[in-house]
Structures are given as C-alpha cells and as structure tokens.
Design a protein around this ligand. Structure first.
Ligand SMILES: Nc1ncnc2c1ncn2[C@@H]1O[C@H](COP(=O)(O)OP(=O)(O)OP(=O)(O)O)[C@@H](O)[C@H]1O
Ligand SMILES: [Mg+2]
Length: 153
C-alpha cells in the first residue's frame, strides 16, 4: 500500500514561477527517480516538466510530448525521459512506448497524465517516486495555480 511521506504545497502566479518551483524541486532528483504529473488540460504539466528539464539541460524550450509520446534529453551526465500518456489507453501501451524500460534504467522519468492509466506506479518505480498535482484554482486570475508535490513510498 503506497504511503505519502512528504507533501509540499506551492502557489504559482505565472508559467515562469511554475518552472522555477519545478527547477528547485529538480535539485533532489537522481537517476531512476520517477515524477508523475497530473492536472487538467492546460494546467501546466508541460511547464513543470520544462522546469525539471531546464534544470539539467540549461536554456532550452522542451516540446510537449503529447504526439511524440516520449522526448529524450541527454544533458551532461543526466538522461531525462519526458512522457505524455494522454493518448494512451492501457498498460500494454506503456510497455510499447518504453515507459517501463525508462523506469528500470538510470533515467529520470517524468510523465504527464499518469492517472489516465490506472496501474500501481509505485510498484515499478526503482528510485524515488513523486506525484505532482497542478490545479487551476482561480477563474479570475488565469495564471494562478496550486501545485502539490508528494513523495510516495
Ligand atoms: N501558473 C502557471 N503555471 C503554468 N502554466 C501557466 C500558468 N499560468 C498560465 N499558464 C499557461 O497555461 C498553459 C499550460 O500549458 P501546459 O502545456 O504546460 O499545460 P499541460 O498541463 O501540459 O497541458 P496538457 O494537458 O495539454 O498536456 C500555458 O499556456 C501556460 O502559459
Ligand atoms: Mg502537457
């Protein structure tokens, strides 16, 4: 039974701030860690992933993997695999796109829309497993987001 051992909550007021929060979070990431990103369409999952990728790779603009399913970044010593499960349906699709292979290697794996496919991710995560939920929280302020980061053991 997965247990949440650490919860951090942030308010973000802009896409740049979301990247900053993600960049600070990324400092603790190590090979084999897995970060699951969830939240509604346009919540900021790709922006958060970009903050992680930019922490390792510097000033690049990572593309959304919605159509490629996975984008791979090799920067310095780090390998970051950025997945998007939005167009996938089954655990078999996860197998086919190399998700389980990514978890097993020395990669940092980041995946958007993990709640589209209901499997016990904890079971497959070899390193630390984090779940990030991003919520659009204020109809009036279009750039306001709540970001919750949980570490799960
Ligand atoms: N505080 C914020 N944090 C992140 N993005 C924000 C914020 N405020 C506004 N935005 C805007 O919301 C959009 C978020 O897009 P992004 O592609 O990151 O979302 P997503 O959750 O990955 O969407 P999808 O479900 O399509 O994958 C961008 O256009 C971004 O500029
Ligand atoms: Mg996205």
């Amino acid at each position: 039974m997965p247990v949440v051992i650490n919860v951090q909550k942030f308010g973000s007021g802009s896409p740049e701030e979301t990247e900053l929060i993600a960049g600070r979070f990324a400092k603790q990431l190590k090979p084999s860690d897995f970060v699951a990103l969830n939240g509604a369409l346009g919540a900021g999952k790709t922006r958060f992933a970009s903050g992680i990728i930019r922490f390792f790779c510097g000033d690049i603009t990572p593309a959304s993997p919605t159509y490629s399913i996975m984008n791979n970044y090799r920067c310095g010593g780090a390998i970051v695999n950025h997945f998007d499960f939005y167009r996938l349906k089954t655990a078999h699709d996860l197998e086919n796109c190399g998700f389980f292979d990514s978890l097993e290697g020395k990669n940092i794996t980041v995946a958007e829309w993990t709640d589209m496919i209901k499997i016990d991710y904890k079971k497959y995560a070899i390193g630390s497993y984090y779940v990030v939920n991003i919520k659009i929280c204020d109809e009036k302020n279009k750039e306001k987001r709540h970001i919750e980061i949980k570490k799960i053991i």
